[in-house]
Design a protein around this ligand. Structure first.
Ligand code: C2O
Ligand code: CU
Length: 458
């Protein structure tokens, strides 16, 4: 990999805005959603006005031991109603944070207490789930890490939050959250990409071992990332351990996806190691650390698999309920009509309602779920992408596996990138009762129609 350009835009390396609160006792029980101001872009730029949890971007990192309980009182001091979704956590449906499906929206000035115990260890995140094209773009997100009982030994455990901002020349967030061109194409793509590290280390030593927890919090941009001066393995996807660690090739992260790496610093003292992003045909450095000194010379132990989470993996899908999901619409998609709020509309009427994408002919939420399944049953969903854009399909409350063409099952995930023209089948054991959203995590697409839900009976 070559790095031909040092920085993508002025000040591409960003800063840590909040100290990482490693000690659970110090963590506040309140998540106040409010307006804040942060130095997003370094240099002579003014501070950026954001919306953030506790006024920061990202919000406080929530870290806990596997089996511990999370209680957070969301206090809404935004100019808009909101709610928090705990992305990738297989928790009680009532805590899932989807207004209109699992809870009422939290109005301005009011609060809601989230209280749950995540079953799985891993890298997760939380974000606003109301008017999310605007609220997530303005900064309402944070990371939630559940630590394994037997965590792998590393010298640094670092969360890497990769984001895509659309900023004005004064480094303020562009307020065109519902630009029709974005919604009908690849979504809101920004002009300033940053990677923030928590904790924000600046130096490492040769032979040190790092755990890097990548989270793509962008509303719509797919990130292609790589590490340099570091070598190692992917150990988890979307919070779930891989059965076998895999070599860390360039990583593709669709919006909302996570990848956990365990890497060793291979660069010698005096050199640089870090994280790079592919921008069209060039690799640009997002973040780098100086290698200072060396920690022994012996090679480290082999990277082994993380301890498994208590989640059911597929054993077979024979006889399972099979419900196809066909995605249509968008620019150049040739969509002629779709049902919106129970009414059949032509494309012009749909667009008049801010809708342009359909799942099985329906834009937006339907009264009936896409599928209804009993607890413990297996549901298969072949996802057929008939549009000319990629989509990042996210299932709430359940991880799924891909049914691969040879009949084997892919890794557990909560978000799957489905390229244009592809059909990819997902399946899962419905373990978690409730009404679960299934949507495209390109938030512009979600807002413009790409969402449905499934019902898991008790
Ligand atoms: Cu990250 Cu509907 O969620
Ligand atoms: Cu999409």
């Amino acid at each position: 990999m070559t790095i031909t350009r040092r920085q993508m835009m002025a000040g591409a390396s960003a800063m840590a805005l909040l100290p990482s609160l490693a000690n659970a006792q110090q963590q506040s029980m309140v998540l106040e959603a409010r307006i804040g101001e942060v130095q997003l872009v370094e240099g002579d730029y003014p501070k950026t006005k954001i919306w953030g949890f506790n006024g920061g971007v990202p919000g406080p990192e929530i870290r806990l031991a596997q089996g511990a309980r999370v209680q957070r009182r969301l206090l809404n001091n935004l100019p808009q109603a909101t709610a928090i979704h705990w992305h990738g956590l297989r928790i009680d449906n009532a805590m899932d944070g989807v207004p209109g499906l699992t809870q009422d929206v939290v109005p301005v000035g009011q609060d809601f207490t989230y209280d749950f115990t995540p079953p799985d260890a891993g890298t997760f995140w939380y974000h606003a789930h109301n008017q999310s094209t605007e609220q997530v773009a303005r900064g309402l997100f944070g990371v939630l890490v559940v630590e394994e009982d037997q965590a792998p030994e590393v010298d640094h455990d670092i969360t890497v939050i990769v984001d895509d901002w659309r900023l004005t020349e004064q480094a303020q967030i562009s307020a065109n959250f519902d630009a029709p061109h974005d919604w009908t194409h690849g979504g809101r793509i920004g002009n300033y990409i940053d990677a923030r590290l928590m904790p924000d280390i600046t130096a490492v030593q040769q032979n040190q071992r790092l755990r890097l927890r990548f989270v793509n919090v962008a509303t719509d941009r797919i990130m292609q990332l790589a590490v340099f001066g570091l070598d190692g393995h992917v150990v988890a996807l979307d919070g779930m351990p891989l059965l076998q660690p895999e070599t860390a090739k360039p990583l593709v992260l669709a919006p909302a996806q996570r990848v956990d790496l365990i890497v060793d610093v291979t660069e010698a003292s005096g050199g640089q190691a870090g994280i790079a992003l592919r921008d069209r045909d060039q690799w640009v450095i997002l973040k780098q650390f100086t290698v200072t000194g060396s920690q022994g010379t012996a090679p480290r132990d082999k990277v082994t698999a993380l301890p498994p989470n208590p989640v059911a993996r597929l054993t077979d899908v024979v006889g399972a309920q099979n419900v196809a999901l066909k995605m249509e619409g968008g620019a150049m998609g040739g969509l002629r009509q779709g049902v919106y709020q129970g009414q059949l509309m032509d494309t012009q009427e749909l667009v008049g309602n801010g809708q342009i994408w359909t799942f099985n002919g329906v834009a937006g939420m339907s009264d009936a779920p896409l599928a209804e399944v009993g607890k413990g049953e297996v549901l298969r969903i072949p996802i057929q992408n008939e549009t000319v854009f990629p989509h990042a399909m996210h299932m709430h409350g359940n991880h799924f596996q891909e049914v691969l063409p040879d009949g084997s099952f892919g890794p557990l995930r909560d978000t799957l990138l489905v390229q244009r023209g592809e059909t990819r089948e997902i399946a899962f054991v419905a373990e978690n009762p409730g009404d679960w959203l299934l949507h495209c995590h390109m938030l512009s697409h979600q807002a413009a129609g790409m969402k449905t839900w499934i019902k898991v009976n008790t």
